[in-house]
Design a protein around this ligand. Structure first.
Ligand SMILES: C[S@@+](CC[C@H](N)C(=O)[O-])C[C@H]1O[C@@H](n2cnc3c(N)ncnc32)[C@H](O)[C@@H]1O
Length: 269
């Protein structure tokens, strides 16, 4: 394993929850609630959506048959539906991959509501790649910070691109640091757990360079906060029981505001 991949692995591993804490967690602190990922009827106008849409438009023009979009770690499909919007859409089909079936149900309902041909693959990337096929656009938003072994994950994203006319590409969106890094002071305060620095988008780019010799286009921007982060939500993330909510609410007041720097990484095979 190269230096960049090892650095990513170390930083991600360092964000694990110690057994002594996890053992007493009243609820699973990791699983995402699908209700938080229902895509808006009108997608936000973001650099990631614009870049994916532009690739889809070029692919549709090349094939005269519409583009296909693969959404890895799709949640409710915000990334895929963002590429397909507005009408008239260059996207003829979307496929969502997720390890949570309840997320795929949200993705399917959203595709049906948009009357968009769709498919789903239930599984964990990169193992699920064999069932996902190749697509003109491969989007993957807010998943990298869930991954420890990044090289095979990124390689499978690249391999999933269909390069008709040299057009296809990958669009990754991520925050500049781990999405829960803003809670690090509360891990120290409530559990005496000192977190190492978060893996960053620069670390991910370094892995891409090291493993694939790829230099992605990097766009940095500010996004609106999406996930709820009220005291009850934070209490569950911190593996604390519900009777600690008021204590957590008081501690949240002292935290600096959550960062919303986002990054769009784009590359072609
Ligand atoms: C933070 S959510 C982002 C959802 C969506 N991409 C978005 O931006 O709204 C991360 C999603 O990725 C899924 N996920 C995380 N790691 C995964 C993996 N290795 N393979 C498949 N799905 C994964 C989770 O189940 C979850 O639905």
């Amino acid at each position: 394993m190269g230096d960049a991949a090892e650095r990513w692995r170390e930083r991600q591993t360092g964000r694990g929850i110690p057994d002594r804490v996890l053992r007493h967690a009243p609820a699973d602190p990791w699983t995402h609630d699908p209700a938080d990922f229902t895509p808006p009827a009108e997608p936000a106008d973001t650099p990631s959506h614009r870049v994916a849409r532009a690739i889809a438009e070029r692919a549709a023009a090349w094939t005269c048959a519409g583009a296909s979009v693969l959404d890895v770690g799709c949640g409710g499909g915000d990334a895929a539906f963002g590429a397909a919007w507005p009408e008239p859409s260059p996207v003829a089909r979307v496929v969502g991959v997720d390890r949570q079936t309840d997320m795929l149900a949200v993705f399917t309902a959203a595709a049906r509501a948009r009357d968009l041909p769709h498919g789903t693959v239930h599984g964990t990337w990169p193992e699920a790649a064999a069932d996902a096929g190749r697509h003109d656009v491969v989007v993957c938003h807010h998943v990298l910070h869930n991954v420890v072994d990044l090289p095979p994950f990124l390689a499978a994203l690249t391999d999933a691109v269909r390069t008709r006319g040299g057009i296809g590409g990958v669009v990754v969106e991520m925050l500049t640091e781990h999405p829960l890094a803003w809670l690090d002071p509360l891990w120290a305060r409530f559990h005496d757990v000192v977190r190492p620095p978060s893996a960053t988008h620069d670390d991910a780019v370094a892995v891409l360079r090291e493993q694939q010799g790829v230099d992605p286009e990097v766009l940095t921007w500010t996004r609106a906060a999406r996930l709820p982060h009220d005291a009850a939500w934070v209490t569950r993330r911190l593996c604390l029981t519900a009777d600690r909510v008021e204590e957590v609410a008081a501690a949240l007041v002292d935290l600096p505001p959550r960062r919303t720097d986002a990054v769009t990484l784009t590359w072609s095979p």
